[in-house]
Design a binder for this molecule. Sequence first.
Ligand code: PLP
Length: 384
Amino acid sequence: MKVDFYRHPLSKSDAAAIAGVLDTPFLTTGKVCASVERQLEEYFGVPYAIMVNSWTNGAFAVLLALDLQPDDEVIVPAMTFIATANVVVLAGGTPVFVDVDPGTLLMMPHAVEKAISSRTRAIIPVHLYGQMCDMRGIQDVVHRACSYARRPIIIEDCAHCFEGTREAYRPGRHSDVAIFSFYATKNVTCGEGGAAIFNSEELYQSTLESRSHGMSALAIDRFSNGRYNHWDMNRLGTKANLPDLLAALLPQQIATIDDRLPERKRLADRYRAAFKGGPLRLVDQIDTTVSAEHLFAIGIGNDARDVAIARLNEAGVGVTVNYRSVPELHFYRRQLERSDNAWPVAKRWGNETLSLPLFPGLCEAEQDYVIATVKRAVYPLAAS
Ligand SMILES: Cc1ncc(COP(=O)(O)O)c(C=O)c1O
């Protein structure tokens, strides 16, 4: 049997939404994006949303809007996808890595408290695998740091968590901005894309500009009222806007995302039940959290992870690694000049973890095959 790591939920029926955009004269950021923005504002209960063409470019636009200087620090977790840290470097700031909780792999308020200083401009908690960080706790740490001349802003990395909650709050509740990814494998996808939701009008307005080269008007507004309107450039920006052609794939997925979560949860629970009591390390589930169940990561418990990947691939099971510890990667090792053990939890997990197939549409026979293959091929490695 062959079980892909991921199969997207889109089908030919979604082509009608794209055809609808082709029928209009406007392909890029326009009315469809505007309507998805209203949909997101309503779903998350926030005043402002902006569609972007990836999480990465959305976060880059937000950080450009902050006008980061080289001494400005941004606190990021060591266990995340590289994009979380890379955008800080791209925007001219300095990432400060903090280690994560050994059970949940999430950034913890006490780690932020230790790392925060008058140089901190922003903090990027990452809702890894679908479980939200303690946003209330992180916001309290920031409030306690209010004596600094500039309050650090909180940017939630929600690439793994669209529909999850913690203590019943959603992303965007305890932060200045929360950024989503609609990349091909995400729970909501349009191939490449993303969105940022804001509580602060000031940050929203400046990101609206930095998303489009710092221009004061979007293309759709430059040609409104049947005539050409001049625009000005107020700040340096990037090109991070999402075309309507891709945004057209989103409204239906957003409308049904909560109905699709039980299926993800059922599959994740089946894995958890099957591996309970076995030699693998599983991610701790927080009682007060409804996980978006984006990824199902397991830990082998030793350095046999790459042998495990080879065995699973040989048996036709698609797997990935989410993630190796970011400060251990060559680029950051060269930059950081820190001792090897500064982020021991992220380093250990990054050396031992791999992720198994998890997506609505994974059928029980396929999942049973993955479970049986893990037990046959990976358990002996994990136990040794
Ligand atoms: C935790 C995390 N942050 C950021 C990103 C970047 O998202 P995008 O590909 O939309 O730029 C990803 C993508 O996989 C991610 O997993």
